[in-house]
Design a protein around this ligand. Structure first.
Ligand code: FAD
Length: 489
């Protein structure tokens, strides 16, 4: 077949291709949500996956990191249990056991997605999918061989992969990425240096600090967690330093070399000055993730790209008609719930159904569109944000008023001894409509949902104050921050 002219090759390929309404490449949260949604609308769906169902999120991202953070957090908590009248003679951890607990959580989550695929008759094809002309997908099958599939719609949900820096020493054996580190068999991280200061970096720093590692974070930008606002990132840096994590911002790891007792790291301040030399047992590169587009398109397809990502229209259609892209492969915000929301949005669109999901909101009477993506960071205390900060609102010409509450005075925080933190709510000054929230406190990652719902529905401070909040809960902090804003009105 390979030596036939292209036209005849296409004819043969299409004759052989199995037909579907929707073909999804990639079974991460974007792909599996889109596939399951499509079956709800009675569409015939195939999912192509090279590795495991669940993608990065379930197998190498959200679920395994949070499982290890939970386990390591328990170890940390136990060390302070005496304060609560609980004593134990000896506290230790077994990293291998932690890893098998993590694996159980991952397997269980993946199993539930696989079960839903089976129940809803999603055809799963294991192999590497390549988009070819005419919405045809060529699959190099995992079991060997090659097959063609043709879809009325093709959704590309191939995700992203860790970026690696090209500095000298980057290929030394002690340099890890997050995929490899999550699969580590034994705990060998007494001195861990983390390159990068984003969410993956600060979560791994928290995890290994919980397990008594000596952790150093080196971030190129002025603050951790850019583009988070300075108030939050400064507070986070303070908390991490207090836990014993060394944080170097505005600095870059410029060289790694093998020393007698581990890796020598050269940390160069961006503004000049003497480089700092440290020693690390292991180095984690957490400098970002790039769209996984290698081999995704065949030679007969040329998708338009933008800054290394697949370019899409506001409705997620690529430059190839009928081919959509969702999630990390195209999105500005690389989060599982963003990928899933985009998957739902695209499938509702192609099925001609009304949208059940909003990707942003413009409350009535307002001229600014509000982002409604909750952003959660599982540090200790947790951080969660949604919508606009005071500064961002100012940049958009929006006059705002903030309600603030320090968790020092929250009953539940007093009980659990976790009084470090605050809740800040941002309201538009004239209408009192909620436009954003920043929280740093226990359960912030759960509580942010209330604010995302309020922003998506254009609620005002008065409307948000109608509901009672149970005593004693961390949630009362939200009520107190609303009251603070109302007092200032
Ligand atoms: P992915 O989940 O990456 O899935 C893409 C799938 O496509 C993969 O399974 C891949 O094997 C498959 N694939 C790729 N190319 C092909 C091909 N050619 N043919 C067939 N299959 C292919 N996000 C959160 O919201 N919360 C968190 O707490 C969180 N924690 C994270 C922690 C870590 C350490 C990491 C790395 C990420 C984390 N993320 C988190 C980000 C989140 O995992 C991603 O945003 C999310 O998984 C993106 O979903 P996706 O469907 O776009 O792609």
């Amino acid at each position: 077949m390979e030596c036939l002219p292209a036209f005849w090759m296409d004819m043969r390929r299409n004759e052989m291709a199995k037909q579907f309404d929707v073909i999804v490449i990639g079974a991460g949260p974007g792909g599996y949500t889109a596939a399951l949604k499509a079956t709800e609308f009675g569409l015939k769906v195939a999912v192509i996956e090279t590795k495991k169902i669940g993608g990065t999120c379930v197998n190498r991202g959200c679920i395994p990191t949070k499982a290890l953070l939970y386990a390591s957090g328990m170890f940390r908590m136990m060390q302070n249990c005496d304060e609560f009248g609980v004593s134990t003679d000896f506290i230790s951890f077994d990293f291998q056991k932690m890893q098998s607990y993590k694996k159980k959580a991952v397997d269980r989550y993946r199993g539930s997605v696989e079960g839903l695929f089976e129940k809803n008759h999603v055809e799963v094809i294991y192999g590497k999918g390549t988009l070819r002309r005419g919405r045809t997908v060529e699959v190099e099958l995992a079991e060997g061989g090659r097959e063609f599939f043709e879809g009325k719609t093709v959704i590309l949900a191939a995700g992203a992969v860790p970026m690696m820096n090209e500095i000298p020493g980057a290929d030394l054996p002690g340099v890890w990425n997050s995929d490899r580190l999550l699969a580590a068999k034994s705990w060998n991280f007494d001195r861990l240096t983390i390159m990068g200061g984003g969410v993956i970096a600060v979560e791994f720093a928290t995890l290994f600090n919980n397990l008594c590692s000596n952790v150093t974070i080196v971030e190129k930008k002025k603050h951790l967690m850019a583009p988070m606002d300075d108030v939050m990132s400064t507070a986070l840096e303070r908390v991490l330093r207090r836990k014993g994590i060394q944080v170097y911002c505005d600095s870059t790891v410029t060289e790694l070399s093998q020393g007698e007792n581990g890796l020598n790291c050269v940390i160069t301040p961006n503004k000049g000055g003497e480089p700092i030399r440290t020693r690390a047992g292991q180095v984690l590169m957490a400098i970002g993730r790039k769209p996984n587009v290698q081999g995704l398109c065949g030679p007969d397809v040329s998708l338009e790209m933008k800054n290394g990502k697949i370019a899409v229209s506001p409705g997620f259609e690529t430059s190839e008609p009928g081919v959509y892209a969702i999630g990390d492969v195209c999105a500005d915000i690389q989060l599982a719930h963003v990928a899933a929301a985009q998957g739902t949005y695209v499938v509702e669109k192609i099925a001609g159904r009304p949208h059940t999901i909003r990707l942003q909101s413009v409350p009535s009477g307002m001229y600014v569109s509000l982002p409604i993506v909750p952003n959660c960071i599982y540090t200790d205390p947790e951080i969660a944000t949604v919508g606009l900060t005071e500064e961002e609102a100012g940049l958009r010409g929006l006059k705002v008023r903030c309600g603030h509450f320090s968790m020092e005075e929250n009953g539940r925080s007093i009980i659990s001894g976790e009084q470090d933190g605050f809740i800040r709510l941002v309201f538009e000054a004239y209408s009192n409509t909620i436009v954003g929230a920043q929280m740093m406190c226990p359960r912030a990652t759960d509580m942010i949902g209330e604010i995302a719902t309020a922003i998506a529905n254009g609620l005002t401070a008065e409307q948000m104050s109608f509901a009672m909040r149970a005593q004693p809960t961390y949630n009362e902090g939200i009520g107190a921050a609303i009251e603070d804003a109302l007092r200032k009105a």
